[in-house]
Design a protein around this ligand. Structure first.
Ligand SMILES: [Mg+2]
Length: 213
């Protein structure tokens, strides 16, 4: 049987985009971070930001603040992805980060650097302007429109719970251990062999950049 391929989104799933962008917005507006509430909606209405303002600040976030290099990692992402990889899952990272016409070199370089810094394993890294299906067996995403599109095409997709996607129906995962459970049960149910894994604690940071399997 072919590999079980897991399509993994980066922003809002592996990296804390909401917090990274919040820091940039506060800094650019010259206001205290504590006066800017956490992102509650997908389109940032609570930050009084229209599309043009979003574009302007997001560009600064990427090229000036190097947000894709400095973004906090979401707890458990690397550990869970390593365990899934060891269990036989093919990790395919899928990101929408090139949706603009500028800053591609910085966006790609900083993304790869960030993945190395946090020892996140992957076999493929897909930069897509839009997110059609990329032939994965299952997907993890935080964007309501991506989840809807994937599910309407018949794909198995779990929503990575964030404040701004609480209205999206399940399956949902509150954190990476729930993602792991969902993926492993789906993998077993589809007839794939789940390889026994060894406990974490080994220093994976010195290994190859990709999947060690
Ligand atoms: Mg996302």
């Amino acid at each position: 049987m072919s590999d079980f391929i897991l399509g993994v989104d980066l922003d809002g799933v592996c990296g804390d985009h909401a917090e990274a962008f919040r820091r940039v917005v506060a800094q650019e507006r010259g206001i205290d971070l504590s006066s800017l509430p956490p992102q509650e909606t997908w389109d940032f209405t609570e930050w009084e930001m229209d599309r043009d303002e979003f574009e302007r600040l997001h560009r600064l976030a990427v090229v000036k603040h190097r947000m894709f290099r400095t973004m906090p990692v979401i707890p458990g992402a690397a550990e869970s992805l390593w365990r899934l990889s060891d269990a036989g899952v093919w990790i395919r990272l899928i990101t929408h980060r090139l949706y603009t016409n500028w800053g591609h070199a910085v966006a790609v370089a900083d993304t790869v650097e960030w993945l190395d810094q946090h020892s996140i394993p992957y076999r493929d890294l897909c930069f897509l302007g839009d997110k059609p299906q990329v032939e994965a067996d299952a997907y993890i995403d935080d964007a309501p429109h991506n989840i809807e599109a994937l599910r309407s095409s018949g794909a198995a997709a779990v929503v990575f719970s964030q404040r701004y996607n609480s209205e999206v129906d399940g399956p949902r995962a509150s954190g990476w251990s729930e993602v792991e459970d969902w993926v492993l049960s789906l993998m077993a149910a589809s007839g794939h062999t789940v390889q026994p894994t060894i406990p974490l604690g080994l220093d994976r940071s010195k290994g190859p950049k990709g999947n060690l399997r």
